[in-house]
Design a protein around this ligand. Structure first.
Ligand code: PEP
Ligand code: MN
Length: 365
């Protein structure tokens, strides 16, 4: 059960609800959202026995939530949540979010050229890893702090909000404010201190599903962020382990439908890690939008063959541009849009006049 307090509810009113709950033998936890406090009562599922609490002063409504996750559930909030990444960019509304960029930030030239190219092609945000989770300790680990600095330059040059992964609480604390969206990667989905820190940051959080986690476990991880008072969570399906060796992972589009049913949070899909194969990125992207995803996270590099990580699954800007064009009728068929106009997506449109043609020429097919 979740007791939603009115926006202006006083501390005394909240305390009185807690006192009444304690009298009923119920333990509760107060979560302050920007639009008011919520009192989460974990042990109580969908029973109408407590509906009478709605009569207490300051209480807006009592939501009966049967699932193990509460604030992220559709039982708590019926309408879809929309998470804004910048004044121009939202995820979860009618516009499809296209978050594109390299697996890792490698140099100023690479990240700025990629950022400008994906912005010209229709991206709504730039991705790029500075702190990379690599299976082998001998693989490129990312540029770290320098990568964050370069991402900020790329944001300035392209007008796109920047999305980057944090692997630990220390770097999140140091650099979280420098970026627009905090990515929690598949390998960190159950790093609970990191989830709490992302919650406390108040920033939009892109939470990726671990390769062996259920949809319910993903939502329980999202709940850590929401329970820290941060409702700005975007879920991401990125493929799960399977027996099939043709692809790196098995992109589980079932989960998009499951998550959209069980949760109000936006859901995006990563067809790059989901397939591990550049030529499968386009068909799976179309399938993802067709089945209700709110956006995509796509690896794009100005020179995919030279990428220092995930080269095999990375597409080039021209391929990304084709993909965006092919996605438009798919989005339209399911009542969504992909904005053709760069000025509606980027922060400083004047910077881009005349760029589109040169980008197309520079990165052919
Ligand atoms: C990534 O997006 O760069 C990444 C490392 O993905 P995942 O955490 O899904 O493996
Ligand atoms: Mn990658």
């Amino acid at each position: 059960m979740v007791i939603v307090m009115q926006r202006g509810a006083s501390i005394l009113e909240t305390k009185e609800v807690l006192r009444q709950l304690a009298g009923l033998g119920l333990e509760a936890r107060v979560v302050d959202f920007p639009d008011g406090p919520n009192i989460v009562v974990p042990g109580v599922g969908a029973t109408t026995a407590y509906k009478c609490l709605e009569e207490l002063p300051g209480v807006k409504e009592v939501r009966l939530v049967s699932s193990s996750f509460k604030l992220s559930s559709r039982e708590f909030k019926e309408q879809n949540s929309v998470v804004s990444l910048s004044p121009q960019v939202e995820v979860g509304g009618s516009e499809i979010a296209l978050i594109a960029g390299p697996c890792a930030v490698e140099s100023e030239e690479q990240i700025v050229a990629t950022a400008k190219a994906v912005a010209a092609a229709g991206a709504t945000a730039l991705r790029g890893g500075a702190f990379k989770p690599r299976t082998s300790v001998y693989s490129f680990q990312g540029l770290g702090e320098e990568g964050i600095r370069l991402l900020r330059i790329a944001r300035e040059e392209s007008g796109l909000p920047i999305v980057t992964e944090f692997l630990d609480c220390e770097s999140l604390e140091l650099f979280g404010d420098d970026v627009d969206v905090i990515q929690i990667g598949a390998r960190s989905m159950q790093n609970f201190p990191l989830l709490r820190a992302a919650g406390e940051s108040g920033k939009p959080v892109l939470l990726k599903r671990a390769m062996m986690a259920t949809a319910e476990e993903l939502l329980q991880s999202a709940e850590y962020i929401l329970a820290a008072g941060n409702p700005r969570v975007i879920l991401c399906e990125r493929g799960i382990r399977s027996f099939e060796p043709s692809t790196r992972n098995c992109l589980d589009l079932n989960t998009v439908a499951v998550l959209k049913e069980k949760s109000h949070l936006p859901v995006i899909v990563d067809p790059s890690h989901g397939t591990g194969v550049a030529r499968y990125v386009a068909p799976l992207s179309k399938a993802a939008i067709a089945c209700g995803a709110d956006g995509l996270l796509v690896e794009v590099h100005v020179d995919p063959q030279a990428a220092l990580s995930d080269a095999a699954q990375t597409i080039n800007p021209a391929q990304f541009q084709n993909l965006v064009e092919e996605l438009m009728p798919v989005a339209q068929a399911v009542g969504r849009q992909i904005s053709a106009s760069e000025s509606s997506r980027v922060a400083s449109p004047a910077q881009f006049s005349g760029l589109r043609g040169s980008v197309r020429f520079f990165f052919p097919g």
